[in-house]
Design a protein around this ligand. Structure first.
Ligand SMILES: *Cc1c(COP(=O)(O)O)cnc(C)c1O
Length: 220
C-alpha cells in the first residue's frame, strides 16, 4: 500500500472528533510530501533538529508536533514554529518553553505527559505530580504556555486488557483535570494511541492519535 492509500484508509476509520498526527520521524521529506499532497497537515516528529530541518523544507501551512522527549537546551530551536509539544513532564521544561515562547512573542500549546505504563523506561508524571505541578505558584506564573491536554503511552504488550486499563486510567485523570479552573490550563486534547493500539485508545476516549508505521511503513 502507498502512503496515500494508507492515510486514506486510516482517516476513513477515525471518528470526526479524533485528530490524526502523522508521525514522520526518520522518514525522508519526499515521504512527507506524499502525505501532504494527500491532504495531511499535522506531522509529528521526535527529534527537534530533524523537525526543524523538515519545517524549513516543507510548506508553511503544516502544524508541527513534537512528540518525543524534549531536552531543555533544545527548546529554542523549535520555539518559533512548533504548534504542540506532547511530551512535557516537568516544571523546569515548562519554564524553558515559556521563556522561549516569550522571546518569540507567542504562546506555545503543550500536553503534559502522564505515566500510565508498567515499564520503567517511559517518561511522564504520575497523578500526584500532575496535581502538585498545576497547583504551584511557579506554574501560575507561566503566561506564555498553555496546557491544552494530556498525553500517554500504554505498555508495549499484546495484552489488550492491560492497555485498556491504562488508557482508561488516563481518561479518568483527564476528566478530573479538565474540571479544574486554572487560567493557563484548559484541557481539550487527550493524545493517546499509536499504530498498534489507536482503535482501543479511541474506544477509551482519545481525541488525538499519533500514527507512524501504519502510514509510512516500518522504521529501521
Ligand atoms: C514513534 C511514536 C509514535 C508512532 O508510532 P507507530 O507505532 O509507528 O505508529 C507515536 N507516539 C510516539 C510518542 C512515538 O515516539
Amino acid at each position: 500500500m502507498s502512503i496515500t492509500n494508507n492515510l486514506q484508509s486510516i482517516k476513513e476509520s477515525l471518528p470526526d472528533h479524533v485528530t490524526l498526527v502523522a508521525v514522520s520521524k526518520t522518514k525522508p521529506v519526499s515521504d512527507l510530501i506524499q502525505a501532504y499532497e494527500a491532504g495531511q497537515r499535522i506531522f509529528g516528529e521526535n527529534k527537534i533538529q530533524e523537525m526543524a530541518d523538515k519545517w524549513e523544507q516543507m510548506p508553511k501551512d503544516i502544524q508541527w508536533h513534537m512528540i518525543g522527549h524534549v531536552q531543555t537546551n533544545k527548546v529554542k530551536f523549535m520555539a518559533p514554529f512548533v504548534s504542540l509539544i506532547h511530551g512535557v513532564d516537568s516544571l523546569k521544561l515548562l519554564q524553558e518553553i515559556n521563556k522561549q515562547a516569550l522571546k518569540n512573542n507567542r504562546i506555545i500549546d503543550c500536553l503534559l505527559q502522564i505515566y500510565i505504563a508498567e515499564e520503567e523506561s517511559k517518561f511522564g508524571l504520575d497523578e500526584a505530580e500532575l496535581t502538585s505541578l498545576l497547583s504551584s505558584n511557579e506554574f501560575e506564573d507561566l503566561k506564555n504556555i498553555r496546557i491544552v491536554g494530556l498525553m500517554g503511552m500504554a505498555t508495549f504488550t499484546d495484552n489488550k486488557d492491560q492497555i485498556k486499563k491504562e488508557f482508561t486510567q488516563l481518561k479518568t485523570i483527564f476528566e478530573k483535570t479538565k474540571a479544574l479552573t486554572i487560567s493557563n490550563c484548559q484541557l481539550e486534547t487527550l493524545s493517546m494511541g499509536m499504530s498498534g493500539d489507536y482503535q482501543l485508545a479511541i474506544e477509551c476516549g482519545s481525541t488525538m492519535v499519533r500514527i507512524g508505521s501504519s502510514i509510512f511503513g516500518g522504521r529501521n
